[in-house]
Write a protein that binds this ligand. Sequence first.
Ligand SMILES: [Ca+2]
Ligand SMILES: [Ca+2]
Length: 335
Amino acid sequence: MVLLTGNSDADSVVEHLFTGRIQAQRIKVTPLQFHLRPCLRIEIIGCAFIHGENVALTNSVTEGYIMSPNYPSNYPTEMDSNWIITAPSVIQLDFVDTFDIEYGPNCPYDYVRVIDGLLSTSPVLGTFCGTELPPIVRATGNAMTVQLHSDYSVPRTGFKAKYSIAIPCPPLTAPASGALSPVGPHYHPDVVTVTCNQGYVLDGDSDLTCQADACLHGEYLALTDSVTEGYIMSPNYPGNYPERTDCSWTITAPSVIQLEFVGTFDIEFYQGLNCDYDWVKVYDGRISPSSLLGTFCGIDLPPTVRTVGNVMTVQFHTDYSERRAGFRAKYSIGK
Ligand SMILES: [Ca+2]
Ligand SMILES: [Ca+2]
């Protein structure tokens, strides 16, 4: 709050110039009387100017970029910026290109702070300064707040970051005599390290990378009473899928299975041709002509598909040309 000095006579006017910018939240105008003359009392109630932006991801807009004001030139001094990001599922923030925020141990001068949720009182996921690109930051849910604070001196070039809907990987189970670090859920491009209990020696590479762009040939996915849903997607989704690709997923569950296509759907299509080039096929059970539930291509989101039995097979095929964004679909225990 700023205290303003007033006048003591009835005729003069006292003017106040604000040096910093404030964002008025309320202007209160009160008619009153002074020395029998009609007067007005005006109060401006506000706070330091906050630059900010609200951005919303949807199933069709799955990524975007935020950056410090003036990036890649210097950000202003004495500034607080807030970006509030919301999405239908888990949000991921990847810092890209260059990062330069005035450095001090524990970032006392300028900083970028990422908060897990909408409120400044929500848990802090990370506070960053210096010139090293911060690691990927992921919210636990569907809201994230990014704050940029700068003090009165030494502005730097700031940051640029891609915000996106995190791409989940199929559930990974720890080996019987070992452990996974970190424990799930895992998202692209997490690296999961497998360690063995005492008395066991790991045979092979201990690091597994969760790859969204890998084609999961013959991937076997099991739904259970505790794992009730998961996602499958074309290689490299939502980037273009490769040519000459064949993927298949076999999903099992304690009861019927439903497959719901979400987000961008774009598979090569030509009028009059029955998805002859690239396609997604969904089967009720194993692959056979009689169990085919649907063949999909084009840009219209296919309807949700349900099995009668407790096995579903999904096939994805691409020919030698025309690469598109592909598909993403949620499989779950049907209702
Ligand atoms: Ca500074
Ligand atoms: Ca094609």
